[in-house]
Design a protein around this ligand. Sequence first.
Ligand code: ADP
Ligand code: MG
Length: 339
Amino acid sequence: ETLINRIAAGEVIHRPASALKELLENCLDAGATSIRVTVKDGGLKLLQIQDNGCGIRRADLPILAERFTTSKLTSFSDLSKIATYGFRGEALASMSHVSHLSVVTKTKTETCAWKASYSYGKLVETQPGQTPDPKPCAGNDGTTITIEDLFYNTPTRLSALRSPAEEYSRILDVLTKYAIHNPGVAFICKKAGTAAPDLSTPSSSSTTQAIGMLYGHSIAKELLSTETSSSTEPDTAEFWRAEVHFTNANYQSKKTIFLLFINHRLVESSRMKRALEATYNGVLPKGSFPFIYLSLVLDPRSVDVNVHPTKKEVHFLNEEAISEQIADALLQTLTSKGQ
Ligand code: ADP
Ligand code: MG
């Protein structure tokens, strides 16, 4: 059995916002402190993301969009770790199959930037009549990835999407959540051809400041925070720690806003959501719901690596006990300081 066979099956890009999530994670993995997103037609005509991260080496460009190309994959023994963090080398490959993908990138040591275009996993010419090889060009350190005409060759997928306005709001939602989880990174998102960004966060604010900036003062002024962790040593498979920011009894919303990051990836867990919502029973009036942000760091070995990437729900070892302990910590803070 080869390494490739053991990696979870092909990743599917469902909609512009899921492409953006993959691209964002790549920028953050590259150490970017500034990320600018430009969107046309809800990301269907154009989805462009520019970062100031480490860049991609010229030598790596020919295979960049081939499946299982990942600079984050080093050895077989790291597979569980890498798969957990989403390093499967499938995102750019998938995108090259359902869009026109191009890359302009420069590492600190290159003297110029390089531009390359891809289709179906392979380099293609950037302009008619040229060779497919990467072309030297002007550019800053970092990477700009441009996705054009997403789903141009998959009409069924295209027809399953909502309006460009709805797709754009999903893009903003993903960006907002990553901006809260990465307060040290400056994010900008705008529609192509407009001057004013729809989202703009400066770097170096704290998580709670970022929540206030992006979700509003009515949430920020009612925020409580707590941290809790396993009693085991770091580096054991059972180790975990959690940081939670959540509203007190004064904040009442018609639906729960729940942001869950596991190992710095935005994921969903309906079990975790239910467990944390339940702590508000008797604290909030019936029909009122909280805002909860949870960042959970688990040992990569305890997250189920066999869950297909397109499945939204994540599962991990001792899920129930961990949920319970976090809910307890939340309840304790709520009842001691929340009233
Ligand atoms: P993965 O993230 O699983 O490694 P991707 O298909 O998302 O796979 O990306 C493939 C590779 O391309 C990455 O491993 C990385 O080396 C490189 N890469 C992609 N985006 C960027 C970026 N914004 N900055 C630097 N390198 C990048
Ligand atoms: Mg990736």
